[in-house]
Design a binder for this molecule. Structure first.
Ligand code: ATP
Ligand code: MG
Ligand code: MG
Ligand code: MG
Length: 474
């Protein structure tokens, strides 16, 4: 069965509407009234207060297709883009929700029915995980659904576990959370990777498509787990991942919504190899950047705006690598609006604003990018060892506007890492100088361009300290 992304999205909404779910539109990427969260990173975010029992709705079950960004905070996939077949900074999460209505059994039944009867995935390609001690979920999969026991894998909460799997889902450090069960699809043994819980689980052979969370607790800042007033269900399935399966491709970057973007990126940069990793990065980044601007974020030196700036600069660097001459990134907005404007009319309505913001940002960064890259290149070719010194990372950041992750991206391509501690020390040193300068009321404040221009101080203003440290580390 082959389905377009638009058809899959609609089929999902229709299926759950048919099961009594209210169809709720996607909320903004900027979480309303939630200072603990950088961006909306899952479908449940707009329902957080409903899970907590602090907000009442007229419905007890809901379905949505939620735009999500994972480029900072607890769920950060920025570094995965270009390296895996399944991660984006921006993606759409299809989800159904129960607010104290149905629980484990129906949640699992619905998901299985959608996958095997509506979009008709072959059962033998699917395997599932459950939380290590969740015998109830295990029994539902085995007895009710008929999944063989050897295709049901118990996964813990990753405390001290050797691998990345984690079957205890949390939106952030605090908030609603609970054990989960995940559904994986086996793309076949021609692709490297192993089942969840194995040493090769990070490969892209077995791809997680759907996560079903049994929301049972509210984690407080103290670490205490408070039981929620009513056990609930929160699920999320990546539209791009299910589309890849249904369109018979392995990588998310080969699905319908990406093909046009990758072609547009090639045309705008002069690249000819359509499988180039940098084209994928650029195609990914135009989506997150455009949607962030649609939702009111503008490139800036602080908070969310600085995350946006980092993503834009990263895209510009990859464009440069592909051979782009001058500003190219903003030209992709038209292709994106053509591709996704039906689902998100705001993209068309704000197309000119998005283009202008991106073009300005590109032109500004374009002035220092080439010189910075040249310096980086010279230094790296003379580098002893495999670590880029923190002082160099700082100089690039300070003088040439290179966000740390951008320098790290370049370093990683050459098998190098960066000295983060050295960078942090250089940064702290500069803050101290800036502080002293302002204490003395001296005029050379003006010369201290960077701490002010590209500093991270805005995180503090936006999120308070503990959170700030975590976000910066990402
Ligand atoms: P993974 O283990 O592959 O990183 P995850 O466990 O972090 O995924 P969840 O937080 O469980 O993902 O999100 C629910 C679903 O959203 C996933 O099962 C997947 O289909 C989709 N998804 C998550 N992160 C991304 C991403 N960065 N890009 C595209 N789809 C994603
Ligand atoms: Mg993840
Ligand atoms: Mg996972
Ligand atoms: Mg998951």
């Amino acid at each position: 069965m082959s389905m377009t992304s638009a058809a899959i999205r609609q089929a999902f909404l229709d299926f759950f509407a048919g099961k009594g779910h209210a169809v709720v539109p996607s909320s903004s990427l900027i979480p309303g009234n939630d200072a603990t969260l950088l961006f909306t990173n899952a479908g449940m975010v707009q329902f957080k207060d409903v899970f907590l029992g602090q907000d009442q709705r007229s419905y007890s079950r809901a379905v949505s297709a939620q735009r999500c960004v994972r480029a900072g905070g607890k769920h950060n996939d920025l570094e995965n883009v270009g390296y895996t077949a399944r991660h984006h900074t921006f993606f759409e999460m299809l989800g159904n929700f129960s607010f104290g209505d149905y629980f484990k059994q129906d949640a699992i039944r619905y998901a299985w029915e959608f996958l095997t009867e509506v979009v008709k995935l072959p059962r033998e390609r699917l395997l599932v995980t459950v939380y290590a001690t969740d015998d109830e979920a295990f029994a539902i999969w085995q007895n009710d659904i008929g999944v063989p026991a050897d295709r049901i894998i118990r996964i813990g909460d990753n405390k001290g576990a050797p691998y990345a799997s984690d079957n205890f889902w949390a939106m952030g450090d605090t908030g609603p959370c609970g054990p989960c069960t995940e559904i994986f699809y086996d793309h076949g043994d021609h692709i490297w990777g192993g089942p969840p819980g194995s040493a090769e689980e990070d490969g892209d052979r077995f791809i997680e498509i759907w996560n079903i969370v049994f929301m049972q607790f509210n984690r407080l800042a103290s670490g205490e787990m408070q039981p929620l007033p009513k056990p609930s269900v929160d699920t999320g399935m990546g539209l791009e991942r299910i589309a890849a399966i249904l369109q018979h491709v392995h990588s998310n970057y080969e699905i319908d919504t990406f093909v046009a973007l990758i072609k547009a990126a090639a045309a705008a940069t002069g690249a000819t190899d359509l499988t180039d990793k940098s084209l994928r990065v650029v195609a990914d980044h135009i989506r997150s950047c455009a949607f962030l601007i649609v939702d009111g974020v503008m490139p800036s030196n602080e908070g969310r705006g600085y995350v946006l700036r980092r993503i834009i600069r990263r895209a510009v660097r990859h464009g440069n690598k592909l051979g782009a001459k001058g500003a190219f990134f903003y030209k992709l907005v038209a292709a994106l609006a053509a591709e996704m404007g039906d689902a998100y009319p705001e993209l068309r309505a704000k197309q000119a604003i998005i283009e202008k913001a991106l073009q300005q940002e590109e032109e500004q960064f374009g002035k220092t990018l080439e010189r910075g890259l040249q310096i980086l290149d010279e230094e790296l070719s003379g580098l002893a060892g495999t670590e880029v010194p923190g002082t160099l990372v700082f100089k690039l950041y300070d003088t040439y506007g290179f966000p740390v992750d951008l320098t790290n991206d370049v370093a990683r391509e050459r098998g190098l890492s960066i000295d983060q501690a050295g960078f942090d020390a250089a940064m702290a040193e500069q803050r101290k100088r800036a502080q002293q300068a302002s204490n003395f009321g001296l005029d050379y404040n003006q010369q201290l361009t960077s701490a002010v221009q590209t500093g991270f101080t805005g995180y503090t203003e936006h999120f308070g300290n503990a959170r700030v440290q975590e976000i910066i580390k990402d």
